[in-house]
Design a protein around this ligand. Structure first.
Ligand code: ATP
Length: 234
């Protein structure tokens, strides 16, 4: 579904991604693990057309993405949940969700899509009239994911959804990620919390200073003693 080949990216200085190659197959959840500054966010931003200096090859369902403007990417079926959530703080939860359908391919049934988001995150139904900026961090993450789902993506890019959240909320979010995947949406999940990411992913890649240094099935990665020491902190 998603093919990334020899992707290099920079912000004006040296490359922060060096020849990164990875795939996401239809129906998969794939984790990208790595320490701070490994380049995980840059990878997702490059897929979404947000890194002008990216080089290499990215294709989604056979369509080349390089050189396409960022606003054209969601319409192809790629939803992006950015690091830091970026909800519209002075809009209600419901209006944030509706904004996610704004650039959507096809007319579609917006109330039905909202209903699907509420089924996934019942708390958002309760809080639909509340300003998103006054919600808790976990609730804002739910709004951000829900907003991306309103575009009916085939592939969801999730950037550190658990960052800064209490463990109980993190568990809730990861259950939701599993449910989203079971509904047929492929997921590319960036996480520093490697154990958690591997518990929902089918496969994983480890990024170190802009290079893919390891790749494998989630079960293999989480069982490997070297990886457990280096990346899982156990
Ligand atoms: P984190 O978990 O801290 O977000 P990350 O693995 O997502 O880390 P990136 O955010 O992709 O890493 O950053 C990779 C490198 O690119 C870092 O060295 C960072 O300082 C640099 N970088 C990121 N964004 C910019 C920017 N807008 N301008 C210049 N350099 C940047």
């Amino acid at each position: 579904m998603l093919e990334v080949r020899n992707l290099c990216a920079a912000y004006g200085g040296p490359d922060v991604l060096s020849s990164v190659t990875l795939d996401v197959k239809a129906g998969e959840t794939v984790a990208v693990l790595g320490a701070n500054t490994a380049g995980k966010t840059t990878l997702l931003r490059a897929i979404s057309g947000l890194i002008p200096k990216a080089r290499g090859h990215i294709a989604f369902e056979g369509t080349a993405l390089m050189g396409r403007p960022a606003h054209a990417i969601p319409g192809l079926g790629i939803g992006h949940v950015p690091e830091g959530r970026h909800v519209f703080p002075r809009m209600t939860t419901l209006d944030n969700l509706k904004m996610g359908a704004f650039l959507h391919r096809g007319a579609g049934d917006i109330p039905a899509r909202i209903e699907r988001v509420f089924a996934l995150f019942p708390r958002l139904r309760e809080r639909q009239g509340q300003m998103a900026g006054s919600m808790s961090g976990g609730e804002q993450q739910m709004v951000s994911i829900g907003r991306a789902l309103m575009g009916q993506p085939k592939l969801l890019l999730l950037d550190e959804p658990s960052h800064g959240l209490a463990p109980i909320v993190v568990d809730e979010l990861h259950e939701a990620i599993g449910a989203i995947n079971r509904q047929g949406v492929s997921v590319l999940l960036v996480e520093q919390n490697a154990m958690l990411a591997l518990s929902v992913a089918h496969r994983g890649y480890v990024l170190e200073a802009g290079h893919v240094v390891l790749a494998g099935a989630a079960a293999e990665l989480s069982a490997d003693p070297g990886i457990r020491r280096a990346y899982l902190g156990v």
